[in-house]
Design a protein around this ligand. Structure first.
Ligand SMILES: N[C@@H](CCC[C@H](N)C(=O)O)C(=O)O
Length: 360
């Protein structure tokens, strides 16, 4: 019998064990996709009968006369979501311990001309290490990052659909960046407890010379002869944040040729795991504007972990307060770096674009 998790709890602590209540699924937990349930899985033959841990409306028969079996080919059922234009293919992977598609397939599916088109593919997986769920993600270049802030908001919305959860909800998600807690709030936005930023240079990681406290704040980075002032922050994934060059403390982000300079930061020898790079214009001490060049995805319309890193960097450089609105090309995010627990909170929208099915 398939089980679905019903979770509703206040968000007061972090990195705590899961206490999700498990209940048998019923027909009211109908799988949201409006297409026939597949009779196979793509990379998990042992889960052949069950397409999703959400209940199926009709029993699945393994019939050799079915169209899909006859074709002997696979289909991927997915939901397309976006968080401020940072868009993802979401796959219900709860019935399979490994992502249902390979990183090579993710590259194809993310292609905006020859595929579905997305900045990444996100897998909703069963919980591990005491969490309610696990999130894995491939960037559009097939690399696997530790975390994704906008993706986590989409993850939260999709889980609520899959589990038929209404209203305010929160759950714990195990990621490469540790335990992350998305909460769907009253207005439908998702607020994510992103945990603590990592500032220790070797953990970001960056080879840039660190301060006494091992952080890299307003260090000089030479990119083709231009000296940029950069602060390095990991939100589980690496970020290089710049609020200006040695010449000028103010960047006009709209004027930057990101496609030209972005890759030079991403592959700079000072960043052994490559890096995401945020270019920031300070509008006031509560209002920042940024553009991002993402590791493994290029310029995107928004980056949640990036916006968090930007506020942390701007605070460390004395250019902003701990609660900021961050404007990205796709729209604004609210970021708070809370002093009492050192956690960063990210709040913003996540929207379903469509459900789809694609042959593999
Ligand atoms: N867009 C994401 C970040 C996705 C991962 C990133 N490209 C990386 O490789 O670290 C976000 O919203 O945080």
């Amino acid at each position: 019998m398939a089980l679905t998790a019903t979770i509703s709890r206040p968000l007061t602590s972090f990195r705590r064990p899961s206490s999700a209540v498990l209940r048998p699924s019923t027909s009211s937990d109908a799988f949201p996709f409006g297409f026939p349930v597949p009779r196979y899985s793509v990379k998990c033959p042992s889960f052949r009968i069950m397409a999703s841990s959400a209940s199926l409306q009709t029993p699945v028969k393994s019939s050799s006369s079915s169209f899909l079996d006859r074709k002997e080919t696979g289909f991927l059922h997915f939901a397309k979501y976006h968080g401020l234009g940072n868009d993802f293919i979401l796959v219900d992977n709860r019935d399979c311990p490994e992502p249902k598609i390979s990183s090579d397939k993710a590259i194809q599916l993310c292609d905006r001309n020859f595929g579905i088109g997305a900045d990444g593919v996100i897998f909703i997986m069963a919980g591990t290490k005491g969490a309610d769920y696990t999130m894995r993600i491939f960037n559009s270049d097939g690399s696997e990052p530790e975390m994704c802030g906008n993706g986590m908001r989409c993850f939260g919305k999709f889980v609520a659909k899959l589990e038929n959860l209404q209203g305010r909800q929160s759950f714990t998600v195990h990621t490469g960046a540790g335990l992350i807690i998305p909460e769907i709030v009253e207005d439908g936005n998702v607020r994510v407890d992103m945990g603590e930023p990592i500032l220790k240079a070797s953990d970001v990681p960056t080879k840039l010379p660190a301060n006494k406290d091992q952080s890299v704040v307003k260090a000089e980075l030479d990119v083709d002869g231009v000296i940029w002032n950069v602060t390095c922050v990991s939100m589980g994934n690496p970020h290089c944040v710049t609020l200006g060059t040695k010449e000028s403390q103010n960047i006009l982000v709209d004027d930057l040729k990101l496609a030209e300079i972005g890759p030079k930061f991403e592959y700079h020898k000072m960043f052994p795991a490559r890096t995401n790079t945020e270019f920031v214009q300070v509008l006031s001490n509560h209002h920042l504007k940024m553009r991002v060049w993402e590791r493994g995805a290029g310029e995107t319309l928004a980056c949640g972990t990036g916006a968090c890193a930007v506020v942390v960097a701007a605070v460390l450089e004395g250019r902003a307060e701990r609660i900021c609105r961050v404007d990205l090309p796709g729209g604004p995010l609210e970021i708070e770096w809370r002093e009492e627990n050192n956690h960063v909170y990210l709040t913003g929208p996540a929207e379903l674009v469509y459900y789809g099915t694609i042959p593999l």
